[in-house]
Ligand binder design. Structure first.
Ligand SMILES: [Mg+2]
Length: 336
């Protein structure tokens, strides 16, 4: 398909939101009215690495590419603004599939108040989607990095963990073809069908926690990160950047419904799955103990539950404590 013809198809789908966009697709560059502070993140997903077209529809891929990019803005506490998208389409991908991919992206953009302001289309060996997102703030102090955790801070997380990892296990059970449907029925995993369908959805259609991220930043969290690599690995990023140690009580992990059953059916420890599986896109953060009520209220106002997992202490790295109070080596939990 001619790239110019495809771009015309995409332009018909895309709508500007808010009043920042001066020029969108159609010129050599987009033009956006700025606020004082721009927050920019770029994310790429590729077939075979971050998803497989056997288990993800073009719409799933479009959604996931934008969602993972926006999740990084959520982790900073920024207000999402614009997205610029580069699509690498394999030969034979076809206009209907490309349209479906961009329509799903536009649908998530609409729900998040984001404008897809421009992009590029090329032909390549495998499907890859690169998304550059810009968020905004009026003051750098309104944003939260990974480096602000201090000894004595509490460690918290939004929502539920392990859902995406369990959903991926279910998808892999299904193999090719109608994987989603087989997985969504919970076939072979001993998981109730609605729970299985929700886990698969969680993996295919992650939701960026933009409202919660902004609310938590305002409520005084000291460090924040979105959980893309897995709780333990992302906690290690915060610990390293903050120069302290994060202690996490594994018994407190808020596992999503059905994770225990899926883990058991696959010979995995559910807590290990919840602590290491990535792609949940929840927010992990630290906050001083006296900010606890404000943090809980802020998250609740944004529709997110908070679970307190442990504390920041002097030292380095991540320490995991089991229900008996023993410590586990976090390194063994990181690369499974
Ligand atoms: Mg991130």
């Amino acid at each position: 398909v001619a790239e110019r013809a495809l771009i015309a198809v995409f332009e018909e789908l895309l709508e500007p939101r808010g009043d920042r966009l001066v020029r969108g697709p159609g010129d050599d560059a987009s033009v956006v009215r700025s606020r004082p502070v721009a927050v920019t993140s770029i994310d790429a997903v590729a077939d075979g690495t971050h998803f497989r077209l056997e288990t993800h529809s073009p719409a799933d891929v479009g959604h996931k590419a934008l969602a993972t990019a926006l999740s990084d803005l959520a982790a900073m506490g920024a207000e999402a603004g614009e997205a610029h998208v580069a699509l690498a389409l394999p030969p034979g991908f076809g206009t209907p599939a490309a349209r479906e991919l961009v329509a799903a992206m536009e649908s998530l953009a609409e729900r998040c108040g984001v404008t897809i302001a421009g992009g590029d289309v090329i032909t390549a060996q495998a499907l890859a989607v690169t998304v550059c997102v810009t968020g905004w703030a009026d003051d750098p102090a309104a944003l939260t990095g990974r480096d602000g955790a201090r000894p004595g801070d509490l460690v918290g997380v939004t929502g539920e963990l392990g859902g995406s990892g369990a959903g991926l296990l279910l998808l892999e059970d299904g193999g090719g073809g109608g994987a989603g449907e087989a997985a969504a029925s919970g076939a072979g995993a001993g998981t109730a069908a609605p729970a299985a369908a929700a886990l698969v959805e969680r993996h295919r259609r992650p939701q960026p926690r933009l409202a919660a991220g902004a609310a938590l930043a305002r409520a005084g969290v000291t460090a924040m990160i979105d959980i893309s690599d897995g709780l333990v690995a992302d906690a290690a990023h915060v610990a390293a950047r903050s120069g302290c140690r994060l202690e996490i009580e594994l018994a407190h992990l808020p596992l999503a419904e059905g994770v225990a059953e899926v883990a058991a059916a696959h010979g995995r420890d559910p807590v290990e799955l919840g602590a290491t599986a990535g792609d949940d896109y929840e927010l992990l953060f630290t906050a001083p103990p006296d900010a606890r009520p404000a943090v809980e209220a802020a998250a609740a106002g944004a529709g997110a539950r908070v679970t307190w997992l442990g504390r920041a202490e002097r030292g380095a790295g991540v320490v995991l404590r089991d229900a008996e109070g023993g410590t586990l080596d976090a390194r063994g939990y990181e690369h499974q």
